[in-house]
Write a protein of this length. Structure first.
Lengths: 298, 240
């Protein structure tokens, strides 16, 4: 059992990485980015392309891909999300849904339906492990992912709390109009936040490609795991995202012990339980979700 | 030419014209009080000067610079700071963080966190407290301090006494007296007529989006302002 728990915790690091950008974007810009998983897969493809075409190892490729993802995030916010946000809360969700379809099909057209992986380009790291007491084998890549998640979340937390730009981003997320009145350029703060979110997505995409295979349509399950981890951890909370990722991964790992199909079901079950608990704590019942109150009070 | 001026300013909220062709000027170091009934357009006018509302017509000038199309965050950098009605603090952030945000525009000057805490000593023990947990008076002091941190040339104060007990209002105005003496240009919206007249050099009474009375605060009578407040005052015709 202790082996499953350790493997679950380490897998939680990956989920925290992939959920980090989603949670960050939601907390700052109040946008649920449905293209999140597809953007991670785009990053994995970019690294794969650099590795297979120019023999640039994936970790070195990150030096090219992460700045590129930051630029994509900046442009995405400035030219797409900012404009769609003016049309109400639903429009950015639909916009990112459309963006996901565009990215998926663009990748399909460019790279075909074959599955790819970055594992062949990172040597033995993809399967090497350390042996711990009690015959517990801990994958080196899993440990790297977990510490990458801790460093990333800790770094983001420090950035938001200790720097002027971080404070400006937090102020913008709280009240963009008042942020402007104290001298914060809310458009710039949102664009920087989107760039940061996409950098984290790029990193998550890299680890996705290293730990597993991916294809042009691999974004949807990644989005689902990211969404579940973010909701379990409390959307918008950075350290909550890590806890959410660990809880999701533990539920999946332990679920797989109960039944071969239990991996996904375990995760979904915990997600739904946490969601319903949160809804009930917020004073919302299941019935109210399906029968929203009428707008006009008689 | 006035240090700061608005010319024929018109501001609309949808179909409603909240400010209707307002023109006035403020000299450097002067304190101007805007008074008037609820809905007279005082807050809208102040917010338009700060850049929170885009005017439908007219101009906002600071010295030679036309600020009319300048966004609010850049106006802070040019020397205009607003203490908004209702304080509008970032409640998930501490007092210190709110104050440091006021420095975002990067305008050079004397104001620092320590200087603000000296001006409002009651904030000292609350420096790291989230502003959502502060009392009304502490919140107002933080809001004023945040505006001062941008080292403004023109400080816009919107109903700083709203919702505060008389004792706290006295403390806030005692602190403001220091600012007035230091020569900061101030435009303040105030419901308390006596207080408005006592702290200001000039008073403008607004009625239904227009200026009903402009007068020297030291020479105008309370009765005269009250008449303008209720639309009973007849503004002298401008000489042709």
């Amino acid at each position: 059992m202790s082996n499953q728990i350790i493997q679950g915790v380490l897998l939680g690091g990956y989920y925290a990485l992939i959920a980090c950008g989603l949670s960050f974007m939601f907390s700052v810009m109040r946008i649920i980015n449905l293209a999140h998983g597809s953007l991670a897969v785009l990053s994995a493809y970019a690294l794969w392309w650099l590795a297979s075409r120019f023999h640039i190892p994936p970790f070195a490729g990150l030096l090219i891909v992460l700045p590129l993802m930051a630029v994509i995030g900046w442009a995405l916010q400035r030219f797409l999300l900012e404009r769609s946000a003016r049309g109400g809360a639903l429009l950015p969700i639909l916009t990112t849904f459309g963006l996901a379809i565009v990215i998926d099909n663009m990748l399909f057209e460019q790279f075909g339906a074959d599955t790819r992986s970055l594992a062949p380009f990172i040597g033995s790291l993809s399967y090497d492990s350390w042996e711990w007491p009690g015959s517990i084998y801990v994958g080196k890549l899993a440990v790297i992912m977990f510490f990458a998640a801790v460093v990333l979340l800790g770094g983001l937390q420090l950035f938001l709390s200790r720097t002027g730009l971080g404070r400006a981003i937090r102020a913008t997320s709280e009240d963009p109009d008042t942020a402007g009145l104290v001298g914060v350029d809310a458009r710039r703060a949102n664009a920087v936040a989107a760039a940061i979110a996409l950098v984290t997505v790029g990193l998550a995409g890299a680890f996705l490609g290293m730990r597993a295979t991916f294809d042009p349509y691999a974004g949807t399950p990644q989005l689902l795991f990211a969404f579940e981890a973010a909701v379990i951890g409390g959307a918008g909370s950075l350290w909550g995202t890590l806890i959410g990722g660990i809880v999701l991964a533990l539920a999946q790992t332990l679920g797989a012990q109960v039944h071969p199909q239990g991996f996904l079901i375990g995760g979904h079950a915990v997600f739904l339980i946490v969601l319903f608990v949160r809804l009930s704590m917020a004073g919302l019942s299941l019935r109210s979700l399906f029968n929203p109150p009428s707008r006009s009070a008689s | 030419m006035s240090f700061m001026a608005v010319e024929n300013l018109v501001v609309r909220h949808g179909l409603l014209q909240a400010v209707r062709g307002v023109t006035f000027g403020v000299e450097r170091g002067e304190t101007l009080a805007l008074v008037g009934a609820n809905g007279a357009g005082k807050t809208t006018l102040l917010r338009a000067i700060a850049g929170a509302h885009q005017p439908a017509a007219g101009r906002v000038l600071l010295g030679d610079a036309d600020l009319t199309s300048v966004p609010s965050h850049r106006r802070v950098g040019m020397g205009i700071a607003l203490v908004p009605e209702g304080r509008k603090l970032f409640v998930r952030m501490s007092v210190e963080e709110n104050l440091l945000l006021g420095r975002t525009a990067g305008r050079p000057g004397d104001w620092s966190v320590d200087k603000v805490l000296e001006m409002f000593p009651n904030l000292k023990p609350r420096r790291h407290t989230k502003t959502g947990h502060l009392s009304g008076g502490e919140q107002q002091a933080t809001a004023i301090g945040r505006a001062l941190m941008s080292n403004p040339d023109v400080l816009l104060l919107d109903e700083v006494s709203l919702g505060l007990s008389p004792l706290i209002v006295d403390r806030v105005y005692a602190a403001l007296q220091g600012l007035i003496r230091s020569g900061t240009t101030i435009i303040l919206v105030e419901q308390d007529l006596n207080r408005a007249l006592s702290v200001s050099d000039k008073v403008i009474c607004m009625l239904e989006g227009r200026i009903a009375l402009t007068a020297d605060s030291k020479s105008v009578s309370r009765d005269e302002v009250t008449k303008a407040y209720f639309g009973l005052h007849k503004q002298k015709a401008e000489p042709a």
